[in-house]
Structures are given as structure tokens and as C-alpha cells.
Design a binder for this molecule. Structure first.
Ligand SMILES: [Mn+2]
Length: 299
């Protein structure tokens, strides 16, 4: 018998694993060879039958490209990598890219239609946001994007929407909640692993140990191989968060919210969206997040 989804899954990892395995197998079965690919959306939706007719909608933050200190006259463009779009689709939800803007009313209106928020990867956050002066290695700061994503995060918390921060997204969550960042890992002698890899986006280059009892451990197990494209990392951890994965050299590689402290928050320092097509357990991470969003709509 297929186990039913239950909001008390924290205490019931066995049925969660069963659900995730079931969803992954449905996704696999729906793949069509030699052309377009289905991401299992319909099958997952059917599996969720009883939870409402509409799909779960996941807001995706965008980057603001084409504007730099050298070219401030450019109006730029909003962009989100397709890897995020496809990862959300594979998990059975509808991706909603949100344009970069400071208009709180518009951001509110969009988030009111969404069930969860993914804060995506990108360039460095302005160190002034965590009370530090900028070091020379800090890259391509966009004050507008910092403001926009901080607003999105705040609006999501007010609505008790689950939030999944990826790379910069996890760093943004930590800074928004009062934590700080290492501005450049290369300046800290104890960080000896290559965290800013030159290999391809889908290549894993270092391992992380996943904390016992964490949410992500239920799908990733005690350790997992990750891709790594960051030269910054969490320095002081914000109140309300706990560490859920670390690399061998001690870099904080994942966090989650302390239960009942906030909206449910997940953050990872690597790029699971690039691995979700090839790795079932990484695909399951997105499925897990969508499930959290589904549960939050029923809370
Ligand atoms: Mn890393």
C-alpha cells in the first residue's frame, strides 16, 4: 500500500522515503525517449490527489544581468537558469520566475499566488548587509538584487511559505536573519578544499557530511557528493538556523530552520538543480521541498 503523506513526516522518515521512492519511479516511468521529456508532473499531481486541483507553485528568484559598475547605464535583464525550472518541474510543481524589482506591492501580489520560494544562486551579497567593509575578492555585487531577494524572503516568512536557498540563496537567508559570510574562502587557510571548481556544472568534486536528524538527511543519507561553485560561505550562523551539512575542511554546506522557529527553511551551498536530472536522491530533494510546500498549504 502506498503510504499517505503526513505533515508529521519529521518523525516518520520511513514513509517519507517510500513516498520519495514512489515519486521518483513515477518520474522515471514518464520519460519519453527520443524527444520531449516529461518531468512526471501529471503523475505527481495525481499522486497528490485530494490536496486540491491546483499545482504547487514555486517562486524562483532571478538574477539581474547586464548591469555593472562599468556599464551603469544598461537596464539589464532578469534571468533564471533552466536547471532550476526543470528541477521544479521534475518535482511536480510549477516554477514561477519572479522579476527583479523593488516594488513591494508587485512582489507581494506574486508571492500571494505561490506556495514556496527558491532563492537561487548568483553573485556576492554586499558585505555592508552584514556590517563588513568589502574585501577586494568580492565579485559583482548588485544592491538591487540584494534588496529584492531580501524582500522576497521577508514576504515568504510572513506568509509561512517554505524557503529553499541554493548557494547565494542560502547565504542570503543567513545574512537576512542576522548572520555573516566569509567574503573569500581563499583568504582563510583552514579551508583547503576546492570550493570554486572549474569542472562542469554537473560534475561533483567534494563530499559533505549530512547531520543526523536533519531534514535533508532523509533523502541524501549521511553523506553526499556535491558540485561546488562558491568562494564565500557562512561565517557566523544566524539565530533560528542550524547546520545540516559540512565539508571536510569545515565549511557550512547546508542549513535548516530550527523546528517551529520560522517558516521551514532549507539551504544548501552546492547546486542541486544541476544534479537533479542525473541523481535520483537530488531530484528527491526538490520533491521533498515541494512536499513541504504542499503540507504548508494545508497547515
Ligand atoms: Mn563547497
Amino acid at each position: 500500500m502506498t503510504p499517505a503523506w503526513t505533515p508529521s513526516w519529521r518523525e516518520d522518515s520511513t514513509s517519507l522515503k517510500e513516498i520519495v521512492r514512489h515519486l521518483c519511479s513515477l518520474t522515471e516511468n514518464r520519460r519519453i525517449s527520443g524527444g520531449f521529456r516529461s518531468y512526471g508532473r501529471l503523475s505527481v499531481k495525481n499522486y497528490m490527489a485530494g490536496g486540491g486541483d491546483g499545482m504547487i507553485r514555486i517562486a524562483l528568484s532571478c538574477s539581474l544581468d547586464g548591469i555593472s559598475e562599468e556599464r551603469p547605464q544598461e537596464s539589464g535583464r532578469c534571468r533564471v537558469n533552466n536547471a532550476y525550472i526543470h528541477s521544479v518541474l521534475r518535482a511536480g510543481a510549477a516554477p514561477v520566475p519572479v522579476p527583479v524589482m523593488e516594488d513591494t506591492g508587485s512582489l507581494t501580489s506574486i508571492l500571494d499566488c505561490c506556495d514556496g520560494l527558491i532563492l537561487t544562486g548568483g553573485n556576492d551579497i554586499a558585505p555592508s548587509r552584514y556590517g563588513e567593509e568589502q574585501q577586494p575578492e568580492v565579485r559583482s555585487v548588485s544592491v538591487l538584487r540584494d534588496i529584492y531577494e531580501s524582500l522576497l524572503f521577508q514576504l515568504a516568512l510572513e506568509r509561512k511559505l517554505p524557503v529553499f536557498g541554493i548557494c547565494r540563496g542560502m547565504q542570503l537567508i543567513n545574512v537576512a536573519l542576522g548572520g555573516s559570510l566569509h567574503q573569500h574562502l581563499g583568504s582563510v587557510p583552514t579551508f583547503t578544499l576546492q570550493h570554486d571548481q572549474e569542472e562542469g556544472r554537473q560534475t561533483t568534486t567534494h563530499r559533505v557530511a549530512v547531520t543526523s536528524g536533519s531534514i535533508i538527511r532523509q533523502v541524501l543519507g549521511s553523506q553526499t557528493e556535491v558540485n561546488s561553485f562558491h568562494h564565500q560561505a557562512i561565517k557566523s550562523l544566524a539565530p533560528g538556523l542550524r547546520v545540516t551539512a559540512t565539508s571536510r575542511d569545515g565549511v557550512i554546506e547546508a542549513v535548516e530552520s530550527i523546528p517551529n522557529a520560522l517558516s521551514t527553511i532549507l539551504g544548501v551551498q552546492w547546486h542541486p538543480e544541476e544534479l537533479s536530472e542525473s541523481e535520483p536522491k537530488t531530484a528527491a530533494l526538490f520533491t521533498l521541498f515541494v512536499k513541504m510546500c504542499q503540507a504548508a498549504t494545508q497547515a
